[in-house]
Write a protein that binds this ligand. Structure first.
Ligand code: GLN
Length: 205
């Protein structure tokens, strides 16, 4: 057994932090696996699980569309590959996106999670904040959420499980093997969400 092959989509954004958090999660869980930066459709084809990090969703989406990664990720998700979308990654997984100020967005999306997202729902960079987030449904009583130009979920279909809300806004969801958070778990010392994802990947294999 060669172990799990987990990829971090490395176009732009919080790539290094997610590599570190995922490697530490594998180690602490005693699960055999590797974590790599991935960029191409060929690399995506070989993955057991993928994290789409936070960053700028229009940049990550446009570049991934051009090199064919978006299409490949979508294909793999449809076949059940677990994916964890963080902030911009959550936006990319969604079916529809609007921006709090600009309005409806026509940006490349994976069009998979049955949600509509509002980008920058809590304000701009200077409105960044941190808060304790309960996620009991997945066995995490409290998680320290870091919100940076974070989106919120304004519509969710019936197959979408709502994992958490902050100030009435939906900020974490699960649909099948996909999880998405508005906040950044890789920027805290808390590995519980990355560990939850690693376990999801292992269960699928
Ligand atoms: N506001 C960014 C976007 O819309 C997401 C911010 C983040 O990933 N921290 O793409």
């Amino acid at each position: 057994m060669t172990g799990l092959n987990i990829g971090i989509l490395a176009v732009q954004g919080d790539v290094a932090e997610n590599i570190m958090a995922t490697k530490m999660s594998l180690e602490e869980l005693g699960i055999n696996g590797t974590v790599n930066e991935i960029k191409t459709p060929e690399q995506i084809a070989d993955l057991d699980g993928l994290i789409i990090p936070g960053g700028e969703s229009t940049v990550i989406g446009t570049l991934s569309l051009v090199n064919g990664s978006l299409k490949k990720i979508k294909e793999r998700i449809a076949n059940g590959m677990p994916v964890f979308g963080i902030c911009a990654g959550l936006i990319l997984l969604s079916k529809k996106a609007k921006d709090r100020v600009i309005g409806e967005m026509d940006q490349p999306l994976l069009d998979f999670l049955d949600i509509k997202i509002e980008r920058n729902a809590f304000g701009r960079q200077r409105d960044s904040f941190e808060s304790e987030i309960p996620m009991e449904k997945i066995g995490i009583p409290k998680f320290h959420g870091v919100f940076i130009r974070a989106p919120s979920i304004i519509e969710a279909g019936k197959d979408v499980e709502i994992l958490s809300k902050f100030n009435e806004k939906i900020i974490a969801v699960k649909q099948g093997n996909i999880i998405g958070t508005s906040f950044h778990p890789e920027l805290t010392g808390d590995l519980s969400l990355h560990k939850y994802f690693v376990n999801l990947v292992q269960k699928k294999n």
